[in-house]
Write a protein that binds this ligand. Sequence first.
Ligand code: NAP
Ligand code: ZN
Ligand code: ZN
Length: 348
Amino acid sequence: MIPAKSYAAQSATTPLGPWSFERREPGEHDVVIDILYCGVCHSDIHQARDEWGGSIYPMVPGHEIVGRITRVGSHVKDFKVGDLAGIGCFVDSCRVCESCKEGLEQYCETFLSGTYNGYEQDRKTPTYGGYSTRIVVDEKYTLHISPKLPLEGVAPLLCAGITTWSPLREWKVGKGHKLGVLGLGGLGHMAVKLGVALGAEVTMLSSSASKEQDAKKLGAHKFALTKDAKALAQYAGYFDFIIDTVSAQHDFSTFLNLLKRDGTLILVGAPPKPIDFPAFGIIPRRRRIAGSMIGGIRETQEMLDFCAEHNIVSDVEVINIKDINAAYERMLKGDVRYRFVIDIASLK
Ligand code: NAP
Ligand code: ZN
Ligand code: ZN
């Protein structure tokens, strides 16, 4: 077995703290990764605190993982010792259902093995995430990372990047489209950067006036304060797409009204409570509400390659693992610019 140090939640109400455990011996198709950086996603908070239900403890969160390969199984073809590697939100899937066969493993119809708070394909071995020193994963679920970009800025691409990239590509968002991004946090800032890189006109819709300058620096063409009804009124019927990244309850009708005819509100934020919206928010202009979950392995590699080519990384605040609980509190207040990333050296 391979010993690993981590920070884990022992229950929904305890802060994260040090915990040691063992990873499996690498199989023929596995790589062993020494983790260098792990991003902090709002989903880590939702799950550590059991806000979505069904959380498994002890829980080692973290699914924005970048590291270096230290061992490879005898049948590993695509990676060698010393390569950089990334792991995103899942570490396995059934591999045979329609979605898996289409490269949309995130929608596996049989059983998806989440990187943490889940189980391996045997459905009984718990998975532990990236707030840890090492991870063992099948090479099929491992991503290639370019050495060109700063690794701490690359880590958040493995969730925040792909979660916003996937719907932008699915709906072919680009030149000629007006894209609204709701919520300027980890996902939101990547949606701005990627939307701009794909050629869309991007408007940041934020509840924080203090983020206006940053939104412009990230590349947003316009900014509207969502608390300011007058400012929002200017955008009535304006957007082709809105990507909604907000992690907490919020009013949907306000934002549906900003869509033009046939416009789509793409929900990626996952507030724990059910969402309610008025029928006449979508009927009159044939508007749509859609959901989207992370992205498949092939698509994630495409996004990583696109980011390497276009010099796109996340804007990060690197933290010591000891500051993880304080970072959660700051995220809950919307005080993140724009992704916390744990320096895993602080765990060693
Ligand atoms: P984050 O960094 O904490 O950002 C969320 C942003 O939402 C905040 O910065 C804030 O932006 C806004 N916000 C927060 N609370 C709000 C409130 N009460 N009212 C209005 N706006 C509020 O979170 P994240 O990591 O980007 O994740 C966002 C959501 O996406 C989470 O629910 C997460 O679980 C979910 N998620 C989904 C997927 C998927 O596959 N669909 C993948 C990853 C994450 P402003 O200050 O600009 O308003
Ligand atoms: Zn995430
Ligand atoms: Zn499957």
